[in-house]
Write a protein that binds this ligand. Structure first.
Ligand SMILES: *[C@@H]1O[C@H](CO)[C@@H](O)[C@H](O)[C@H]1NC(C)=O
Ligand SMILES: *[C@@H]1O[C@H](CO)[C@@H](O)[C@H](O)[C@H]1NC(C)=O
Ligand SMILES: *[C@@H]1O[C@H](CO)[C@@H](O)[C@H](O)[C@H]1NC(C)=O
Ligand SMILES: *[C@@H]1O[C@H](CO)[C@@H](O)[C@H](O)[C@H]1NC(C)=O
Ligand SMILES: *[C@@H]1O[C@H](CO)[C@@H](O)[C@H](O)[C@H]1NC(C)=O
Ligand SMILES: *[C@@H]1O[C@H](CO)[C@@H](O)[C@H](O)[C@H]1NC(C)=O
Length: 396
């Protein structure tokens, strides 16, 4: 990854190394417990689907020696909701309690149960609110790659690029079973679709682990097995990715011709389901919705880039309305709107997004980089002129 050299080193974080050893053992125990139970659960339904490719992938990421693995997301390391802790979380490390409590500021739906009735349902199978995620929802040729790799230079944030709308694919996997009536009624029955009762939000840990597996932390180059960072540092790292297909990868999305005739865009059902899927399975997440309001410019850029489904300015305008609507529907606490027409010309606008994410003022960018922006997919400047400010930190 190009930006790695200027990323803040693990030693810059506030976590003392002296803590790591005793916790490590408990972490491994917790990891092994949770890993096994979620593995068993996954195997139960994935085997039924004959989804052997995924099974192999999940199995290989869950077995073997614990010390050689990244911390699985959802693993019980520390609990945001102490009332519902389990034995595995009986050792909350006191010195990282500040960041523990503050993670909940990234969990709007768990900290405020009145919003959309989403909560963090903790069981021994899954603690869905222990990991933070950042999703960039963008349209093609809106400087979203530049945004992705600029954000990646920030501490405690690991970005990745496109993942072929993995969220949609996971939602489909989930729906294919949960919307099956035979499966729904089979709970506890020893019939063809039989299985134990599945607590709500159990799927969240599978989702989070898949997202992590597509954007893993670096391993120690000397052995290619252990983490470069401590497990705690990995646990506190926000896992990010961008997607230009959040609201595109389904059949019914462009059927909303009526949209052009109304001032309020109505999101299609699949997009609304995607949003619910994010709330349920990545409850501690923030979303940056990135558009380019200069649709004339964006249409020219799409056309000259030769992307498969380039849109004309009118279509892009409609898409922008939809993306704006997605931001509104997630709400200002959960999602923030960025307009490339503004932030690529005025870095202050981008820095306001950093403030919203909870980064300290020292993190403010001084300049805008250029990935994929020059002459189709060539890069301009991809490294910051200045070293990152060592006082830059994630305050929440
Ligand atoms: C935790 O338990 C205490 C005492 O039973 C209760 O007052 C408090 O509201 C609970 N907190 C949460 C987050 O459920
Ligand atoms: C936790 O927060 C308090 C008050 O803001 C501060 O004094 C303390 O140093 C913090 N502890 C750590 C480990 O960051
Ligand atoms: C929770 O959300 C409701 C509705 O938006 C709001 O009125 C209330 O103040 C919020 N509570 C907290 C603690 O944020
Ligand atoms: C737009 O909507 C109005 C009211 O629903 C309707 O009367 C009108 O015919 C529509 N116009 C077009 C071009 O579809
Ligand atoms: C939008 O982009 C076009 C093409 O690059 C440019 O000519 C125009 O000035 C831009 N509009 C604004 C408002 O910047
Ligand atoms: C840049 O954006 C900020 C925040 O919106 C605004 O206050 C400032 O006036 C803008 N600067 C220029 C040169 O447009």
């Amino acid at each position: 990854m190009m930006m790695t050299p200027i990323k803040t080193s693990p030693s810059d974080t506030s976590i003392g190394n002296s803590l790591v050893q005793p916790q490590q053992q408990q972490l491994n125990q917790a990891r092994s417990r949770v890993g096994h139970s979620s593995l068993a659960l996954l195997q139960a339904f994935i085997a039924g689907l004959s989804f052997m490719g995924l099974l192999t992938f999940l199995t290989s990421s869950n077995t073997g020696t614990n010390t050689s693995l990244p911390v699985p997301v959802g693993t019980v390391i520390k609990s945001l909701h102490s009332n519902s802790t389990t034995s595995a979380s009986s050792s909350p490390p006191s010195t990282i309690s500040n960041s523990t409590s503050s993670i909940s500021s990234w969990c709007p739906h768990s900290s405020n149960r009145s919003i959309n009735s989403i909560s963090c349902h903790n069981t021994d199978l899954c603690h869905p609110c222990q990991r933070r995620f950042l999703i960039i929802i963008a349209s093609a040729r809106s400087a979203s790659t530049t945004l992705t790799w600029m954000l990646d230079t920030l501490p405690q944030l690991r970005m990745s690029g496109e993942n072929k709308n993995v969220l949609y694919n996971m939602m489909t996997l989930h729906q294919s079973l949960w919307q099956n009536r035979q499966f729904q009624v089979a709970s506890k029955n020893k019939n063809a679709f039989g299985h134990n009762p599945i607590p709500k939000q159990t799927f969240a840990c599978a989702v989070q682990q898949i997202v992590q597996s597509f954007n893993p932390p670096l391993l120690d180059p000397s052995n290619q097995q252990t983490l470069q960072q401590t497990p705690q540092e990995e646990q506190e790292t926000i896992i990010g990715f961008k997607t230009i297909k959040f609201d595109l990868n389904h059949k019914d999305n462009n059927n909303n011709k009526d949209d052009s005739n109304t001032s309020v865009v109505i999101l299609d059902k699949t997009t609304r389901q995607m949003m619910d899927f994010v709330r349920d399975n990545l409850p501690c997440s923030r979303i940056l919705v990135n558009i380019n309001s200069n649709v004339t410019r964006q249409a020219m850029s799409q056309e000259s880039s030769g992307i498969a489904r380039s849109m004309n300015p009118e279509e892009l305008e409609l898409r922008n309305q939809r993306l704006r609507r997605i931001q509104q529907r997630f709400g200002d606490h959960h999602a923030h709107l960025l307009d490339a027409q503004q932030w690529t010309n005025n870095v202050t606008v981008l820095n306001q997004a950093l403030d919203w994410l909870g980064y300290s003022p020292e993190c403010h960018f001084q300049e805008v980089l250029q990935f994929n922006t020059v002459n189709r997919y060539r890069n301009g400047k991809t490294e910051m002129s200045q070293q990152p400010n060592p006082n830059c930190r994630l305050m929440v």
